[in-house]
Ligand binder design. Structure first.
Ligand code: NIG
Ligand code: FE
Length: 417
């Protein structure tokens, strides 16, 4: 049987997320607009959107595959621009410890947290890591995610960091239907054995890990956890500057636990995005306004760790554009469920449904430098789409939290089973 090449989606109740070149990053008020067509069709050829419009103007009678989307909405797939889905074991023991009153920082300082994950990852084979990461990748695809970033950072030794990045590379090779961006996060924590000699570990990052990662093209980005108890602003600056000499662009974990200076050092290093920002003041908001660095907010982390939510409403009202991502990882956010993230953004951050959806589609595509082909609907863009179950309005997606509202996922023009 020949491979289906064309796909017609007809009778779409509303086609959302229509966009026009050059697909600008949406800021401020623009975040509440999500262009749409009621009663629409969309036609795909060989993985690319080649036509769409009102159903009554549809000239296609058939295709290799036809979907009747009566009552349903079609949107661009979600883009998850910040995850750590390669990890060895879950950490529900720490979850119970926190219920009993220990803080995330206390657990980390006593060898739990990231160090706990690093120990387990070092003991886990490439094959097992790959198998579990692939399961998580398939899981998030079923939630509607159609592009993703994955970080290293649970290795914390040369061998284990490279093992993680090789797992990500293998995911990329075996799953061409979903774009995957890889981020080197060797500076996620200081390994226990370097506790009293941080410089020695940082030297390994600078002089051994980064050159190898660059030479073997194992990552597009370099990230640092610049926060209280983790990496200082000076250490972060050193690592990001060295990474830049290898062509690795900066991303950053900042201001999760305290106002760390991470936002400013990210901006100074032309970071594509600064992520977390639960602890953010007007100073950081103003600094972001004068930069092209994207604030990426992770409401799942605030929910799970019971810490403040980043001031997304204030940022948008001040004219900033924001991106949202899951941060799927075993410690602070053990979920890659994008529809639930939309609910959190609306309920806890007071984003409108349209703002939340822009934050996980076109704006998130910008945070991964994928906006030319992903994150919105236009002729020439990739057919990376989701079809919802029948519903009355877009707000039903974040409103009906916890319900499975994704009916069909289409990646590279192909219906996923
Ligand atoms: O993005 N904050 C730093 N790193 C991860 C979580 C690390 C962990 O607890 O395993 C995050 O939240
Ligand atoms: Fe993270």
């Amino acid at each position: 049987m020949s491979h289906p090449k064309t796909l017609l989606i007809k009778n779409i109740r509303i086609l959302y997320g229509i966009d026009h070149r050059p697909y600008p990053f949406k800021r401020g008020k623009a975040m509440s607009f999500l262009d749409h067509i009621q009663n629409a069709f969309l036609f795909v050829d060989n993985g690319t959107i080649v036509d769409f419009g009102p159903q009554d103007s549809c000239s296609y009678e058939t295709a290799d595959q036809v979907i009747d989307a009566t009552g349903k909405f079609v949107l661009p797939s979600w883009v998850d621009s910040h995850t750590h889905i390669v990890f060895a074991k879950s950490r529900e023991g720490e979850f119970v410890d926190r219920i009993k009153g220990r803080s995330y920082e206390e657990i980390a300082a006593s060898g739990g947290g990231i160090l706990n994950s690093a120990k387990k990852l070092q003991e886990t084979s490439f094959e097992e890591l790959y198998r579990d990461a692939e399961k998580r990748l398939k899981e998030v695809i079923s939630f509607g995610t159609g592009a993703i970033e994955i970080k290293s950072g649970y290795g914390l030794s040369f061998d284990a960091e490279i093992k993680m990045l090789e797992v990500i590379k293998t995911l990329k090779n075996k799953h061409p239907e979903i774009p995957i961006k890889s981020t080197f996060l060797g500076a996620h924590a200081i390994p226990s054995i370097y506790k009293n000699n941080r410089k020695a570990y940082i030297d390994i990052i600078l002089n051994e890990m980064l050159p190898y990662v660059a030479e073997h093209q194992l990552a597009e980005y370099c990230d640092v956890f610049c926060d209280k108890g983790f990496y200082t602003v000076e250490e972060t600056d050193l690592i990001l500057k060295k990474a830049a000499t290898y062509g690795l662009k900066a991303k950053i974990h900042a201001n999760e636990l305290a106002i760390s200076g991470g936002v400013q050092v990210g901006i100074a290093n032309n970071a594509i995005s600064v992520d977390h920002l639960e602890e953010t003041s007007q100073v950081e908001i103003d600094a972001l306004k004068n930069s092209s660095t994207i604030p990426t907010l992770l409401p799942g982390t605030s929910f799970f760790l019971n810490i403040p939510f980043a001031p997304a409403r204030k940022m948008i009202d001040d004219g900033l554009g924001v991106c949202l991502a899951t941060d799927y990882n075993p410690g602070s956010t053990p979920s890659g469920n994008m529809p639930f993230l939309l609910s959190l953004a609306c309920i806890k951050m007071k984003l409108l449904p349209e703002e939340a959806i822009n934050a996980v589609t076109i704006n998130a595509a910008h945070a991964l430098e994928l906006a030319d082909l992903y994150g919105s609907i236009d002729i020439g863009k990739k057919a990376q789409l989701l079809i919802t179950k029948p519903m009355e309005s877009l707000a039903y997606i974040p409103y009906a939290y916890g319900s499975d509202l994704i009916d069909t996922v289409i990646l590279d023009g192909k219906i996923q089973s």
